[in-house]
Unconditional design. Structure first.
Length: 262
């Protein structure tokens, strides 16, 4: 993930200053006095004889040439980023699914999330998996700034976000929002939703999960664990989502290159 983060930062650092410098030279004259003179000599001021007017190239910058130059620079940078992404040690490697993994994996190219599905005792269970890349970037930056800060280590662990939906027939459904790391599955919220109106904002949502009785919290953790939602999923899901992000990033670069090349 560190390599991917560096690639993204490199892309931003290469593009912005270069484009600004290229357009900057064509948009501004070399000095305030020259700029003032150019404005004062504008054709809109009819008092200046035609023969004394400056060439039109000084009054109207040739944006087309600058744009073409900027496009070529962007293409070169994108090509460089694509090459770097392809040269990553783990580029293109498949992540092995653990034996007895209880879920079907639904991974559509171009989607940010991965979906896990299974049936269990008459229930339909779906888990939406999202990678917390922002937390990982913050963790890497904090490690660079202060590697001895134990509080940073405990609060900035790699994690995966899970939204677990459990449906049973035509009745209501349960939705859990969870944070999964290497040590535990943390339930952040749990709500009961109507199947025919899951976005009902007026429905009573219950208290904050952390305010529930401790025994009820433990029972809900056990409820998810029986259905296969537990901390042991972390290693596989973390590795899988990192690999997916690398694939999606490379595809994103190729799509950008195709657009710019048109």
């Amino acid at each position: 993930m560190t390599a991917v983060s560096l690639l993204r930062r490199s892309l931003r650092l290469h593009l912005s200053p270069a484009l600004f410098r290229r357009h900057g030279r064509s948009l501004f004259t070399s000095s305030p006095l020259a700029a003032s003179s150019a404005l004062s000599l504008s054709p809109s001021h009819g008092a200046i004889p035609r023969g004394l007017r400056p060439p039109s190239s000084l009054l109207f910058p040739r944006f087309a040439s600058s744009n073409i130059s900027g496009d070529e620079n962007l293409k070169r940078v994108i090509d460089s980023e694509i090459q770097c992404a392809r040269e990553l040690d783990n580029h293109g490697q498949e992540v092995d699914v653990p034996e007895n993994f209880p879920f079907e994996i639904v991974d559509s190219p171009g989607d940010q999330a991965v979906f896990l599905k299974r049936e269990f005792a008459g229930e339909n269970i779906q888990v939406t998996v999202l990678m917390n890349f922002d937390e990982q970037d913050d963790m890497e930056e904090n490690d660079e700034d202060d590697g001895d800060d134990e509080s940073n280590e405990s609060s900035m662990e790699p994690s995966v976000s899970l939204v677990v939906t459990i449906e049973k027939g035509e009745s209501s459904l349960l939705e859990f929002c969870c944070n999964l790391n290497a040590h535990e599955l943390e339930i952040e919220s749990m709500v009961i939703k109507k199947r025919d109106d899951p976005d009902d904002q007026g429905a009573y949502q219950g208290p904050e999960f952390s305010d529930l009785d401790e025994n009820l919290q433990k029972a809900l953790h056990k409820y998810l664990e029986v259905r296969g939602i537990e901390s042991s999923l972390f290693d596989f899901l973390h590795e899988y989502m990192l690999a997916k992000d690398e694939r999606e990033y490379l595809t994103w670069l190729k799509n950008m290159k195709e657009f710019v090349a048109k």
